[in-house]
Design a protein around this ligand. Structure first.
Ligand SMILES: CC(C)(COP(=O)(O)OP(=O)(O)OC[C@H]1O[C@@H](n2cnc3c(N)ncnc32)[C@H](O)[C@@H]1OP(=O)(O)O)[C@@H](O)C(=O)NCCC(=O)NCCS
Length: 180
């Protein structure tokens, strides 16, 4: 897979590319530990209950569809971030793509999140299918909200009590971007 973006840092080079089927196991492994680093995901550490073979099928499915993208960022061959764009399946919702992104804490504030988001936006802008990008963010996830605002995403709505963590409820904020 071609390298879609690079970031030079003091500790070395980070590369962004589409995930390959052979990345399936390391992607599952990454998701299982990275989601334990913050409380803003819908699942916690080791909650990413996907078998590597199913993840491999998922990556294949992403390759086969014209409104999906599965990106990984690597440092020294190890996955340090994952970002997905999942387009709608049915004709009437194919134009909408939902984004998910997570960067390992050690690699925050190096520009990885922004570059992965820009690759997704660029892909959507060129796509004859996609015209709208969407995501849902935890109300207290200020870094993510600032990132999305910086890229032009606007607030579309609030899902009350979307998250429940240790007996406390948090709202989910819907954000969107028109890309046609
Ligand atoms: C949100 C997240 C993806 C940002 O990734 P990142 O690689 O650290 O972000 P970048 O370095 O590319 O920063 C881009 C912009 O995001 C905003 N931002 C990122 N981290 C921030 C922070 N801690 N405080 C305030 N703004 C922040 C800034 O606007 C920043 O632009 P700037 O550097 O010009 O100020 C990352 O913090 C993350 O993975 N968090 C945990 C998982 C998560 O919350 N995912 C999103 C779920 S909706």
């Amino acid at each position: 897979m071609a390298v879609l973006g690079t970031i030079e840092t003091e500790i070395g080079k980070i590369e962004i590319r589409e995930a390959k089927v052979k990345d399936a196991s390391s992607t599952v492994e990454f998701m299982n530990w990275v989601t334990g680093e913050v409380d803003y995901h819908t699942y916690g550490a080791n909650d990413f209950n996907i078998r590597p073979e199913d993840e491999a099928r998922m990556i294949e499915m992403f390759h086969s569809r014209d409104n999906c993208l599965f990106l990984i960022a690597t440092f020294s061959g190890q996955i340090v971030a994952v970002a997905t764009l999942t387009g709608g399946v049915k004709e009437r919702v194919k134009h909408r793509g939902t984004i998910g992104i997570t960067v390992a804490k050690r690699f925050w504030r190096l520009g990885i999140g922004q570059q992965m988001m820009r690759i997704i936006i660029n892909y959507a802008e060129k796509s004859p299918v996609l015209t709208k990008l969407e995501l849902l963010v935890h109300e207290e996830n200020i870094p993510a909200i600032k990132l999305y605002n910086k890229l032009g995403f606007f607030r579309e709505g609030t899902i009350q009590r979307y998250f429940r963590f240790e007996e406390t409820y948090y709202d989910g904020i819907n954000m969107g971007l028109i890309v046609d």
